[in-house]
Write a protein that binds this ligand. Structure first.
Ligand SMILES: C[S@@+](CC[C@H](N)C(=O)[O-])C[C@H]1O[C@@H](n2cnc3c(N)ncnc32)[C@H](O)[C@@H]1O
Length: 263
């Protein structure tokens, strides 16, 4: 099973525009503080995307450590490798989250952000994480629950259809609510989850939600009866609400951290 979003070159470029917004930079900082990478550690980043997180983690572990990024998308792997070219201890390779190309007990910690909701067999991916982590090794998983979205509109019927079509970009748009149990079943001790909110109470081009409009509009065109003109009208209304000072967007991500228990 595969998700509806194709991580091709064009999507990769739009993703980068999202990842450099202050919203997402702040979120990355929060992830690094909780993951707490130490000098000399060996870390795994599953679904490493454009490599922003791997690079930041690489700075923390330093040249005596190692960061391995794994991703299924060749365009994103190429961008990540270029991004981390000055950090030879940060490497990327092609691989699937459900079949990690590493031996068992290999890593001190693993991070998987915004990836498992795209994966068909989440228990298999968590079992692989458990296998490649050393006993006591740390895991950090973060995913979005798209039921938590609040996006102001004067046309709720259209917004609901657009968001229902957008749900098709993931295999499980509501994964966080079942993640703690899945992590425990895979053999992890799980800490209390944390909410990582994205809040854009005013319209600003340099925000997560504004950048996402450029990814959502083309994705939903042609799905659930939405023609391209309607997708454009949806996007246009959000920008006009912004100009009138009536913009509001909020969405929750959920972060789970834990440790590998010996089986
Ligand atoms: C939304 S991006 C997240 C990137 C990065 N983890 C971050 O938070 O910045 C999702 C990434 O997961 C990758 N991905 C999706 N399914 C995957 C799978 N089964 N195995 C490995 N990577 C996968 C995609 O290619 C993409 O780079």
């Amino acid at each position: 099973m595969s998700s509806g979003l194709k991580f091709d070159k064009q999507t990769a470029e739009r993703l980068i525009a999202v990842y450099v917004t202050p919203d997402v930079v702040a979120q990355r900082q929060q992830i690094i503080e909780i993951l707490h990478p130490q000098v000399g550690e060996r870390l795994l980043d599953v679904g490493s995307g454009p490599g922003f997180l791997a690079s930041a983690v690489g700075e923390a572990v330093g040249a005596s450590g190692e960061v391995c990024g794994v991703d299924i998308s060749e365009p994103l792997l190429a961008i990540a490798a270029a991004h981390c070219a000055g950090q030879p201890w940060v490497n990327f390779r092609r691989g699937d989250a459900t079949k990690l190309p590493f031996p068992e007990n290999h890593f001190d910690a693993a991070v998987v952000t915004q990836v498992l909701e795209y994966v068909g067999d989440v228990p298999a991916a968590l079992s692989e994480l458990h296998r490649v982590l050393r006993p006591g090794g740390r895991v950090l998983v973060l995913d979005t629950d798209w039921d938590s979205i609040v996006w102001h509109t004067t046309n709720r019927e259209r917004m609901n259809r657009v968001l229902a079509a957008w749900d098709e970009h993931l295999i499980d748009p509501y994964l966080p609510r079942t993640l703690a149990l899945k992590l425990r079943e895979a053999g992890f001790r799980v800490e209390a989850p944390q909410v990582v909110p994205l809040l854009n109470p005013v319209f600003d081009p340099e925000t997560y939600s504004n950048r996402m409009i450029d990814i959502i509009a083309p994705f939903v065109s042609g799905r659930r009866g939405i023609v391209p003109e309607e997708a454009q009208a949806w996007a246009q209304e959000l920008r006009e609400l912004g100009e009138r000072g009536s913009y509001f967007f909020s969405l929750n991500r959920y972060l789970f951290s834990g440790r590998k228990l010996a089986r």
